[in-house]
Design a protein around this ligand. Structure first.
Ligand SMILES: O=C(O)C(=O)C[C@]1(C(=O)O)C=C[C@@H](O)C=C1
Length: 377
């Protein structure tokens, strides 16, 4: 049909708009090729670094250097991309560099899309090989048997506190693994199902996740029953197999198991974070913004813990975490886990470690590593 002058579709504005769009897309196409050239140039340099490391026996993964790369980039970053996006881009570039040098195998507590898996991907990106294990002990064993280059294990959750299984493994293998990096992961629980919320009769999740969403669940699903299973990801898998059920799990689990998200962010506390340790054969070199993790055992006498804490105070060292743990081999005795600001190569840290060596029955430096950024920062 011929267009009349009064036909709005004959207006030149849309034509101009379309032409402008084509021009802008042409710019993006050119920029994409330029970006591609640059990222491959970066990868070629990383390949050369890999050769130097192979000759010198250096590790492919350097938590300290990666932190420096990210700090440089984020300092220069002025937008309009968000910091989260820039971090994700560089995480994948670095992940690709490592894979070119030598593909890294990462053991984590499965199943796929568990929060440990998400933490591992946040640290090592898509180019690593991920080996899931059935429990936390197996992550340590995979590393010790050299079936994995690194392991990712949960240390503590902001709501539930310490993760006993991980601390126990550090006690069992005090000298065979080191913490080389830490990861802070925001845990966002969602209600996943393939039916309407009113039809949900059973809710599956990991016990801790159910407890973290207790108020929301009882208020919004008064007719449902709650059933703990081995993991949030397993709960999502179960939703596929039964009618009228829902899971409390991550967005990634919803994608993996093809489930709808009925309600987002249902945890009772708006801030829910899990801190993970990356364990490997060695810890990290100094960056200037580091933390050290320590495990020590003291005699069962009055004031022995106070003496240790005083040593930290006298050396102006800030403790960021302390946990006590019963020592299985001696009734009434405790092993303490502490994290503090500083690197084991810092003078004041060396001083406090020397004092502790004299004071304690045993002292093990679990590792020094760069301070983790909060998830999203
Ligand atoms: O600088 C290095 O040591 C590199 O191997 C390069 C690079 C990177 O891509 O920037 C990759 C892996 C390391 O963990 C740190 C940084």
């Amino acid at each position: 049909m011929a267009r009349s002058k009064s036909d709005p579709s004959s207006n030149s504005a849309p034509d101009k708009g379309a032409a402008h769009l084509t021009t802008l897309r042409g710019q993006i196409d050119k920029l994409d090729l330029h970006i591609l050239e640059l990222v491959n140039k970066r990868a070629s340099v990383a390949a050369q670094i890999g050769k130097v490391k192979a000759d010198q026996g250096g590790d492919v993964f350097s938590a300290a250097r990666e932190e420096e790369v990210l700090t440089n980039v984020l300092k220069a970053h002025e937008g309009p991309l968000s910091t989260v996006t820039v971090k994700a881009i560089f995480r994948e570039l670095i992940s690709g560099s490592r894979a070119i040098q030598k593909q890294q195998k990462i053991a984590y507590l499965g199943p796929e899309y568990s929060y440990s898996h998400l933490a591992a991907i946040q640290r090592f990106g898509e180019a690593a090989i991920y080996n899931r294990t059935a429990n936390i002990a197996a992550v340590f064993e995979e590393l010790i048997r050299k079936h994995a280059d690194f392991g990712v294990v949960p240390l503590e959750n902001s709501t539930d506190g310490r993760v006993v299984d991980t601390l126990e493994m550090f006690m069992r293998f005090p000298d065979q693994v080191k913490i080389c990096s830490e990861i802070r992961l925001r845990v966002r629980h969602h209600l996943l199902a393939n039916c309407a919320q009113a039809e949900v009769r059973r809710v599956y999740s990991k016990e801790q996740a159910l407890s973290q969403c207790r108020n929301w669940l009882s208020k919004n699903l008064p007719n449902a029953t709650f059933h703990p299973v081995s993991s949030t990801a397993d709960a999502a898998r179960l939703v596929q197999t039964e009618p009228n059920v829902a899971a409390v799990a991550s967005r990634e689990a919803a994608v993996r198991y093809n489930l709808g998200i009925l309600a987002e962010n249902i945890a009772d506390s708006p801030f829910n974070e899990t801190r993970f340790a990356v364990i490997g054969a060695t810890d990290s070199t100094k960056t200037g913004a580091d933390k050290t993790a320590l495990m020590f055992q003291i005699s069962h006498t009055p004031g022995s813990l106070a003496d240790v804490l005083t040593a930290f105070k006298q050396n102006k060292i800030n403790l960021t975490w302390i946990e006590s743990f019963p020592f299985r081999e001696a009734k009434g005795e405790y092993v303490f886990f502490v994290d503090f600001d500083g690197h084991r190569d810092d003078t004041r840290v060396k001083k406090v470690l020397a004092v502790l060596e004299d004071m304690c029955e045993s002292v093990t430096v679990l590792g020094s590593f760069p301070l983790a950024r909060a998830d999203g920062e």
